[in-house]
Design a protein. Sequence first.
Length: 647
Amino acid sequence: MPSVYRCPACKREYTVDEYVEDRFCRDCDTLLRRRQGEVKEKKGGTGWRSLFPYAPYPQQVEFMGDVEAVVGEGGVLMAEACNGFGKTASSLAALLPLGRPIVYATRTHEQVRQVLEEVSNINETAGERFTAVNLASRSHLCINPDCSDLPRGDAMEHCRNLRESRECPWDHEIDAPPRGMPPVMTQKALISTGRRKGLCPYYLARRVASDCRIVVVPYPYVFDGKVRAGVGLEIPGKTLVLDEGHNLDKVGQETMSDSLSEFVLDMAGEELKSVKAPTSHVRRLARLLQQNTGDRPTLQPADSLQRDLELALGGDLESIIEGYYDHVKEIRAHKQKLGDPPASYLNGVLTFLSLVHGSDKSKYVALYHRNRRGDDILDYRCLDPSLAVKPIVESAAGTLIMSGTLSPLDLFAEVLGLESAEKKAYPAIQDPENIRMYVDPRVTTTYRERTPEMTRDIGRRIAVELTRVESGALIFFPQRGLMDRSLDAWGAEGIVEARRGLHYLGGKQLFVEGRTAVSNRALVARYKRAAVSPGGAVLCAVFRGRNSEGSNFPGEQARGIMLVGVPYANYGDPLVKAQIGYYNRKGDGLGQRWYTMDAFRAANQALGRGIRGIDDWCHYWLLDRRYVNRISLVSPWALGNGPEILE
């Protein structure tokens, strides 16, 4: 491989692979540069045209124009576009010319990597030097083993103690970024630079972020006020990008919720004993959990919970909380003296009580239940995601919310409190002929019609349709129990065949989603190998499960996707009932519309597993008559030239 990078100081040359491995000279620690004659010319044009690193499709041109027009003027754009659309590169190319700093929030490490990679692509093709950094947590960036493995709150406290006592060997007082840093700072680059320069990578990222054009963060850095303040991240005056935005309602609720467990209370009691402090309050809380937790989950109104807590504790929450903060400091100091990590379970109890005390009770509900280990748990659940999402979005200088599954857009905006946002669904970049959708009105999985005959009919229809699918196919079921019972019934009927220790459905080798993350990874790897083998393979999985969200099955790994039933949440679940009731109080019929939206969003997520690029193709089967009258809730990119109703 030819050498295309050179050290400007000592002139040593490096290949592309060596440059990717470490962008600094191995001899003199200088940032490498392209050799003379290898530097690319800047692209012509203005706005996104000067930056977009690929030949744009018409749909991408439309999207980038909308981003410039709406977000550029300080508005909110909710954009739905299919997987493989190029949303990351398109959004960056449209937003960077606006000149404002960008906070780009996403969910997974893979998506973080993709954002930083696209910034590098833009820099390479446009001859620019836009700066970007991944502002990650201590657990990902801290290189001091005494601190990196602790829970977030305790890691912060221990880090502060190490810094104040000058016991951490990695310098955190960084006045200016070190010379020679690359424009795009990945976690690997931050850690490498930190080790080389004797700097704390976590504080290096924070220092670099203050000057970067693009700061890539996980969702909690945007919506959790304590986390945001802790890392010094400010949203006002910046453009906010919320990728994988279909998660926003759940992210908002999780951010504003908390839980209290029997285990945490027991440990908090032991901590108080260690500093010779009274334990009566935590014992009373444990007794309250025990009295209210039974074999079935129990809901309680939030205002009633606060009354019960104050009655059990013998005083108002605010004064009790204030009285325990000194004990938290004592506990942490005591543990540090013993050489133990300064984790404080009592601090977690106070955080929970503070949330209950300070919250709007009309937007919360309490739930007593037991976890799988048999521990008593008290959840304090936020029912309104707009409490977290709306203030942040409104504080930004413009916001882009994008995902492949935001439909129905108007309802999703209403749930988030963003009714005034611009909303748009973009056509798929694939040829519509590459996407076929079939709806079968003769079958259903409704509880009243879930008979042995119906189960058999669904299995036979699947077996027939699988013969039309090349290579791999995915089948999604509403619940694990329904999937297992269906497969057992199909085996008894001969629809699932057993041959030489393997099982086949519709002539394809059958795989069933693993029950654990580890077993599922191994199973999916085997499925993908079988899918591209003669005869192909079929993978049965569950909506909202490991393989229906976040997993990719490009090309021959998923030439067909079948949805068995509509993935409505369990209507008997107390939290689902509470959520429906809350939305119904907010607006006439809003609760039922939310319940339907939640189901179709899960369906759309499953449909999105297949197509990943412009030349990819996939056929879809919706095996339930309920889809016929609600086809408008299916994401437009999945419809191709329109659904075909099977006779």
